[in-house]
Design a protein around this ligand. Structure first.
Ligand code: BG6
Length: 483
């Protein structure tokens, strides 16, 4: 369904995110007929560049993202929507009139996408206000990370909030645009099967893993100041936890879903002081292999020679302190340079109350939601192994694979989210209090780590992460699901 014509201005228009995600996302939405011809896409950055040069850069980016399905003819039509204006948003004499002249004079929604360092979010918003561009039809999109802690997040939210109303602020977490993440709500709330079992009464524990095989990919400057906790847990991992643990919303309206998620964030038991040693593991990768290729260790990927104690792996035993989840651990784990790229949510059910089929049959029901790659859902059930030798029980998955069930192309998360911004649909975006509640929990943990001192445990690139993460599970008589 086409959206209404709109303008989008991308600050940081020449950066990595624009090239890898934003421009290809807009191009694909246009290819699918969702973006009307009278829409405009304006890239901005500090560097001087002509629109012709920018279109060429955008073409390369979109061609790379399209791979074999690249359509040079279609591009020629699309590129007419794309323009470039050089703007240094921190300079009071920046060329706002030229930018204004590129925008539609109609009352189109105008999206300002801030794909820049978060340090610039307030400056850019204020400059947009002064230039008269913060109209009621304007929307501003803030990429993560929103700050580096609660205080800096508040400063950004206050500064942006002084120019734009909350309904105009779209704080993006691209995990919420992933098909399989959206499917989480459908799986939970469109099936009668799971919800009655979805609580401490039947669930033993939950595991959420986002494993990556890549290293820093040239983002050393940002990553070394951030680490896995700020880069992945504060946002993506906690959002996955919220969708897994939240109560059914009354409706799918913006605020109903977000209100349920924030209740979960507020119910997270703070991890502070010495508890951090027991309930968390930090790791950093050293040299190892990726597939068969040798790869550098984390510190060797940094440009400077300085030692770094930034964590590239984190495992956390979290608790959601409410009626539904009392006593059910939520184990979170994410890291770079692990042996594979996969993201799973594993719901492990309790064993049956009476071992009718003999001791040693400790297999349990397990629901594995594979978010990426090989998207799908597997429900492990016990069945009788065929054969005459008595009732031997085996655990096998009922397997729903997206690739086998659907042949359509899955849109990238940014495609869906950008169109939601244009439509003004906020439900897949973070509300201010959500971001701040997530930082409150993460800040407690950072403080405990800072006080506790110590460096992260080294793990070889290509291994399953620090041994301490396996031991954390082992102490609880459990194990990470590596399936
Ligand atoms: C980003 C993080 O938000 O998410 C990256 O900054 C990480 O460090 C990426 O690699 C993972 O996203 P995806 O969609 O590839 O799982």
């Amino acid at each position: 369904i086409p959206v209404d014509p709109f303008d989008i201005v991308i600050f940081g228009g020449t950066g990595d995110l624009s090239r890898r995600k934003l421009l290809p996302a807009l191009y694909h939405r246009w290819l699918d007929g969702q973006i009307p011809e009278s829409s405009r896409i304006v890239g901005t950055a500090r560097s001087e560049m002509t629109t012709k040069e920018y279109r060429e850069m955008a073409r390369e980016a979109c061609e790379t993202a399209s791979g074999k399905s690249w359509d040079a003819k279609a591009w020629k039509v699309f590129e007419k929507l794309v323009e470039y204006v050089a703007i240094d948003a921190t300079n009071p004499d920046a060329d706002w009139p030229t930018l204004k002249s590129k925008l539609s004079a109609n009352d189109h929604p105008c999206v300002f996408y801030l794909a820049t360092s978060p340090r610039l979010y307030v400056d850019i918003s204020e400059a947009l206000g002064r230039a008269g561009l913060a109209t009621p039809n304007a929307r501003v999109v803030l990429e993560k990370p929103i700050g580096t802690d609660l205080d800096s997040a508040r400063e950004i939210n206050d500064g942006v909030g002084a120019v734009f109303a909350e309904r105009q602020v779209f704080r993006i977490d691209h995990y919420l645009g992933k098909e399989t993440v959206q499917n989480l709500m459908v799986l939970r709330f469109a099936n009668m099967l799971f919800e009655p079992l979805w609580s401490r009464n039947y669930i033993d524990h939950v595991q959420i893993t986002v494993a990556e095989d890549l290293g820093l990919e040239g983002r050393a400057d940002y990553y070394d100041k951030s680490g896995a906790l700020r880069d992945m847990v504060q946002n993506h991992m906690l959002q996955l936890l919220c969708l897994t643990a939240m109560e059914p919303p009354n409706h799918l309206d913006d605020d109903d879903v977000r209100t349920e998620k924030i209740k979960v964030l507020n119910a997270l038991t703070p991890i502070t002081g010495d508890d951090a040693k027991r309930l968390t593991v930090r790791g950093q990768y050293k040299a190892g292999v990726r597939g068969d290729e040798p790869v550098k260790g984390y510190v060797d990927e940094l440009s400077s020679d300085t030692e770094s104690t930034t964590e590239t792996f984190v495992a956390i035993k979290a608790a959601v302190d409410n009626w539904r989840w009392a006593g059910v651990p939520f184990y979170l784990r994410t890291g770079k340079r692990l042996p594979y790229r996969h993201s799973d949510i594993v719901i492990q059910f309790k064993p049956t109350p009476h071992p009718l089929f003999g001791e040693g049959n400790d297999a349990v029901n397990r629901l594995v939601i594979r978010l990426q790659p090989d998207e799908g859902v597997r429900l492990y059930v016990q069945i009788k192994e065929p054969g005459p030798g008595g009732l031997r029980v085996k655990s096998l998955p009922l397997n729903l694979s997206y690739a086998e069930s659907f042949t359509v192309r899955y849109p990238d998360a940014y495609e869906r989210l950008l169109m939601d911004v244009v439509r003004g649909n906020l439900s897949l975006f973070m509300r201010r209090d959500e971001v701040e509640a997530a930082w409150t929990w993460v800040d407690g943990l950072i403080e405990a780590w800072d006080r506790g001192g110590g460096a992260p445990e080294l793990y070889a690139a290509g291994s399953n992460g620090p041994l301490a993460a396996a031991m954390m599970m082992d102490r609880d008589g459990r194990a990470w699901f590596e399936g």
